[in-house]
Design a protein around this ligand. Structure first.
Ligand code: GDP
Ligand code: GDP
Ligand code: MG
Length: 399
């Protein structure tokens, strides 16, 4: 080996070391967080590209691969070791009409309720037994005792006064009364636009396994389809895999995830950093995922209160979404009340409505918590989350 060659090797090694050193410094600065030693536990995983402009209607021509994708001077890893391939970003389905698209799925699991009710109501000669059967059907659909009494009371009055047995007329009444219970007047918009000069902050809470992380991922897609700049925060630090799961969702649509690589890192600190980065990047919205399991319930509630308190040092929280698994019925409802005591819930996401004939829970949970169902999960697919639309929902149920 000649002297020139080894000199060359030394130069290369030195350059690599210098670049790596620079990269670490850049990483620390970008990572933010001025409190001692905090910043190096939280890394901001920026995808190597900004999101490709998304045209929800898909009528704009797509740029050829590589174009329309611009380097934002990305993360550390990009400078030292360029990504071997530019990931192809997915185009999420537009939010509008999602529930209509998923209607068949909702109907499949839930129109048994509608069918049973209509069969009973239009059978003519409604006796006491028939009304009890109507009640049972509604209770089985998880409508709850209070709403069931109300609905049956109203229908009985109408049948008494008008004496109609024409199935179409009865169906119309049922539709009207169900819709009134679902309450179309509630504001179901999800706060996801900048508020003044800061991003909107959404906190997502709920018991383990209800579908929080999936919901955050799906919601990010809904928002990307609306051309929003989204940042995700992986404040479920209970398991390292939780952050990976979230980051994967983000990467598919070009959304960065603020996370910690350390299992058991302080979730409040990750949440703090997520909101901070979103502010720095002038994002439209930051969505913070949280853990649903700790050593005990009190511990979890303390942790959530702390996450909330620490975020609020920087920014008001605009939305706290509680994810509830629609298949868990009364049990889910009790969980919801416990969460409601720790954080101020502003909206409900009902997940897994595709797998249950208990759509009545929409009405029940809204009454118990006094907040609207804003989104519904209707499957495991990436675009199986829809804004909740009372009319489409009732139509799907009664066919
Ligand atoms: P987390 O523990 O609350 O974060 O729950 P995950 O987001 O990890 O979801 C738990 C499981 O529920 C996963 O297998 C999801 O695919 C599934 N899941 C989430 N939402 C829905 C839904 O709307 N429908 C169905 N069928 N499955 C869902
Ligand atoms: P207290 O627990 O209510 O007294 O609030 P602290 O001010 O002690 O903050 C509690 C936690 O919030 C800290 O342990 C951090 O995890 C987080 N935190 C608060 N301020 C910052 C900050 O400026 N940067 C980061 N990264 N985390 C912060
Ligand atoms: Mg999770």
């Amino acid at each position: 080996m000649s002297g020139v060659d080894s000199l060359w090797e030394i130069l290369v090694v030195a350059t690599v070391v210098a670049l790596a050193g620079l990269a670490v410094i850049v990483g620390l600065v970008r990572g933010g967080g001025k409190r001692g030693g905090k910043s190096d536990t939280t890394t901001i995983e920026r995808p190597p590209t900004t999101p490709v402009e998304v045209e929800p209607d898909g009528d704009r021509p797509q740029p050829p691969p590589g174009e329309g994708v611009e380097d934002i001077g990305g993360g550390v890893a990009v400078e030292v070791e360029p990504e071997p391939t530019t990931p192809t970003l997915e185009r999420p389905a537009s939010a509008r009409g999602r529930l209509a698209r998923l209607r068949a799925r909702l109907a499949r699991s839930n129109n048994a309720i509608g069918n049973a009710l209509l069969a009973l109501l239009s059978s003519g000669g409604l006796d006491e037994q028939s009304w009890e059967d109507v009640e049972d059907t509604l209770l089985q659909a998880d409508l709850g005792v209070e709403a069931t009494d109300e609905l049956v009371g109203k229908l009985r009055t109408r049948v008494q006064v008008d004496g109609a047995t024409d199935p179409e007329v009865v169906k119309g009444w049922l539709r009207e009364e169900l819709l009134a219970l679902v309450d179309p007047s509630m504001d179901r918009r999800v706060a996801a636009s900048r508020v003044g000069d800061r991003p909107a902050v959404i906190l997502v809470v709920g018991v383990n396994g209800t579908g929080k992380t999936t919901t955050v991922g799906k919601l990010a897609r809904v928002l990307v389809a609306e051309d929003k700049d989204v940042v995700l925060g992986a404040a479920d630090t209970f398991r390292a895999a939780a952050a990976d799961q979230l980051q994967t969702w983000g990467e598919r649509v070009g959304v960065p995830t603020v996370r910690s690589d350390r299992e058991g890192a302080d979730p409040a600190s990750v949440a703090f950093d997520a909101v901070k980065s979103a502010t720095e990047y002038e994002a439209d919205v930051v969505i913070v995922d949280t853990a649903g399991r700790l050593h005990n319930k009190a511990g979890l509630m303390d942790e959530l209160s702390k996450v909330k308190r620490v975020i609020e040092k920087q920014s008001p929280i605009d939305e706290v979404l509680l994810v509830l698994d629609a298949t868990t019925g009364q049990n889910g409802m009790r969980q919801a009340e416990v969460f409601g005591e720790a954080v101020n819930i502003t909206g409900i996401v009902l997940s897994k409505l595709d797998g249950t004939a208990k759509g009545g829970i929409v009405v029940n949970v809204q009454r118990r918590l006094g907040v609207p169902v804003k989104l519904v999960g209707l499957g495991e697919g990436p675009d199986d989350l829809a804004p909740f639309d009372p009319e489409a929902f009732v139509d799907a149920i009664i066919g």
